[in-house]
Design a protein around this ligand. Structure first.
Ligand SMILES: O=c1ccn([C@@H]2O[C@H](COP(=O)(O)OP(=O)(O)O)[C@@H](O)[C@H]2O)c(=O)[nH]1
Length: 342
């Protein structure tokens, strides 16, 4: 007899280029490995749905939920906050359950124009028994904005469970970047005498890129890792121009993609989890893009190969999903033990 089922939500219906979709699928797949059941959340324009049909939709999603169960909501669902709040309220009203929020992104902090929505978002977070947030810095900001949930866990880093590329990256004086030129202004302004290989969706190509900006085709999963590994060089994490401080709070998905491909990384000094890069010697922490050519022109073959060896060792954690497994298992302990009066 099962006495407690853990359910975890998973997003459906977004474009295959959606990183939100990829990351939710990843967490839900690992949750299922640990025996959790999935609740699918379809992405559509829910703002026009009337409350009665929304309630029926939620009842359908909750068909397998019973008293005593635990629900992990991966948030944002990219529906309006009202949708998430209504869903959680219906769960709370209908069942005696444990609620966990696994926060991937905080939309009011991603886009400054949305900051006015912060109180509503925090109110929704405060419905949780346990909340999982990307970093200590994110937790601080959420606390400053009224987060009261006592039981908190940190994600630290995204996993990347795509089958690995077994190629060993070679030292090349080039930088790989995965992300759209629309979001990352520095791509348009790349002025260094070093190739910048940009991996972005087909609809996000630059009209007239600098000759050192090489626009790669979008690649899925292992193909992406293979191409990054065969390009060699480094993987770059860099801020968007606007709202550039967000990487000091979230966990960057591309960071894990590069490491899974075996590439050493160049990351901004403001990155929330830069200590992981420093402590494990996985690349360089930089303060400005000006440092990129300096590093690439100076680094020796031996030093590069040493970084590649460190990455090869570390990436096992990502490939086997150990950051996610750890936080999901810690979540169960935190729910059912009294150790957390933090
Ligand atoms: O050709 C490509 C280019 C990008 N990506 C994915 O897009 C992510 C980068 O997305 P984003 O810039 O939103 O990540 P973050 O800002 O979290 O680092 C990468 O990690 C890849 O998983 C991909 O699958 N194929």
């Amino acid at each position: 007899m099962v006495i407690m089922t853990i359910h975890i939500t998973n997003l459906y219906g977004q474009s295959p280029y959606s990183v939100a979709l990829m990351s939710q699928n990843l967490v839900s797949d690992i949750g299922k490995m640990l025996g959790m059941k999935e609740i699918g959340i379809y992405y559509y324009d829910s703002s026009k749905e009337n409350p009665a049909s929304l309630r029926t939709r939620f009842d359908g999603m909750n068909a397998a939920v019973a008293h005593g169960d635990t629900i992990v909501l991966q948030t944002p669902t990219w529906h309006p906050t009202e949708f998430e709040r209504a869903y959680l309220q219906q769960l709370r009203a209908g069942y005696d359950i444990n609620l966990v929020l696994f926060v991937h992104d905080v939309p009011p902090l991603m886009f400054s124009g949305n900051f006015y929505r912060m109180p509503q978002v925090i109110e929704t977070y405060n419905m949780a028994d346990v909340i999982i947030v990307p970093s200590e810095a994110m937790l601080r900001v959420l606390r400053e904005n009224g987060l009261t949930v006592k039981k908190v866990l940190l994600q630290h880093m995204w996993d990347h469970t795509t089958p690995l590329s077994w190629q060993t990256p070679q030292f090349e004086k080039l930088v790989n970047f995965s992300g759209s030129p629309e979001r990352f202004q520095f791509i348009k302004e790349w002025k260094y005498d070093l190739p910048l290989h940009v991996f972005a969706a087909p609809n996000a190509k630059l009209e007239a890129p600098a000759s050192t900006v090489i626009q790669e085709e979008w690649k899925f999963k292992t193909e992406l890792l293979d191409k990054l590994a065969s390009n060699g060089g480094f993987g770059l994490v860099w801020n968007q121009t606007e709202d550039s401080e967000y990487y000091s709070l979230n966990a960057s998905y591309k960071l894990s993609t590069y490491l899974a491909a075996g590439l050493p990384v160049l990351v901004p000094a403001t990155l929330s989890n830069k200590e992981i890069i420093e402590n494990n010697h996985l690349g360089f922490v930089i303060h400005s893009l000006e440092e990129v050519p300096e590093i690439l022109n100076k680094i020796s073959q031996e030093k590069y190969d040493g970084l590649v060896r460190n990455v090869k060792r570390f990436r096992v954690l990502l490939n086997e999903g150990y950051f996610t497994k750890k936080v999901l298992i810690d979540m169960v302990h935190l729910l059912f033990q009294n150790e957390s009066d933090q």
